[in-house]
Each structure stands twice: as C-alpha cells, then as structure tokens.
Design a protein. Structure first.
Length: 190
C-alpha cells in the first residue's frame, strides 16, 4: 500500500484557506508511525513550508523537525519532483486538502480522503460536485475512522459513487481546447 499525503499552503485569511495541516499534521504523522506496513509519501505544495511558517502554524524549527521525523520513518518519504504522474498512478490512496488533485486523482480509481478546512472559501459548482464524491473529513476523529474503514478494513464504500467524477470530467464530445475556446467566445461575446 502506498498513500500520498498532499498538504496545501493556503492558511492566509486573504487566500483560499484550503490548508488543514494545523489540525491534522501531527495526526497524519502518527498514522504513519502506527501503520508501518503502509508506505506514506508526503508531497507538500511547493509553498507549504513557507505557508506553515508565515501563518505561525509552526516555527521554522518545528516544521523542519516534522519533515525530518517524517523522512526518518522507514515507511515514509517525501516527494518534491515536479512530475508526479507516476506517483499518482502507483499509489493506493490519497489524503489531501488541495483542490487541483480532486479532479486529477479521480482517474486512478483509488480512494481520496478530502480534508476540509472550516475556513475554506469553498468551491465552484464543478468543484462541489467532485468533492461530494470523496470521503470528506473535518476532524481527526473522522480521519481516523475513515482511514480504519477504507484502508485497514479495505472497505472503499464510495468507489461506485466516484465513477461519476470521471463521467463528469470527460462528458464533452468536443476536445478540451475546442470546449474552452467556445466557452470563452460565449462569455466574451466573440
């Protein structure tokens, strides 16, 4: 089993506020410690460490210690390469609060635990439709329960529902470029 953990950086009051590391970072590290038979790959957003420090979630020393502790676990690693396609394909599941992975990861068919910030600005209609098909988590209790059921007990009970996401994202008969061009023409009036 290989789990990908992808934390977002947006803690700022003026930003998207998707980041949830403040309430689940230590819990996820403990999940990794308690499940040595599962490989965990931490793939933080490139601005993650900066966001954690700038928004006083952790000091620079604390986040460096956290990342070092993560790397020192025999079942954990970090990934900071720009090309993550192979990582997604070879994974078993994902835990994230990053919106962009909600669409990208659906094509793997694997479970995604979507961490929800109570401060999030939310999503547009498409984002809400996609997010609604994943395991939405708002607390460490929910995260622990879903991890136990979906991963430890191998009960991916929302698998069939997630098929909707792929149909939603690929329902256009025309190519993506044509769809975007026609959409912009309609909106701009050209």
């Amino acid at each position: 089993l290989k789990w990908i953990i992808i934390p977002h950086h947006s803690f700022e009051a003026t930003g998207l506020r998707f980041a949830t590391f403040d309430w689940n970072g230590e819990f996820i590290l403990n999940l990794a410690k308690q499940n040595p038979d599962i490989n965990f790959v931490l793939k933080p957003h490139p601005r993650f460490k900066h966001g954690v420090i700038k928004n006083k979630v952790m000091t620079e020393e604390q986040i460096t210690k956290y990342l070092t502790e993560w790397e020192e676990l025999p079942n954990c690693s970090t990934f900071d390469n720009g090309d993550y396609f192979d990582l997604l394909i070879k994974s078993t599941a994902m835990i994230t609060d990053c919106s962009s992975f909600l669409g990208e990861y659906s094509f793997t068919g694997h479970p995604l635990i979507h961490l929800i910030s109570k401060n999030s600005v939310g999503y547009n209609q498409l984002g809400r439709e996609i997010s609604d098909k994943y395991y939405k988590i708002r607390s460490v209790q929910e995260l622990g329960d879903i991890f136990q059921r979906v991963i430890v007990e191998n009960d991916d009970f929302r698998k069939e529902e997630r098929q909707y996401i792929n149909r939603l994202l690929t329902k256009r008969e025309e190519g993506a470029g044509s769809y975007i061009a026609n959409y912009l023409k309609e909106k701009i009036g050209g």
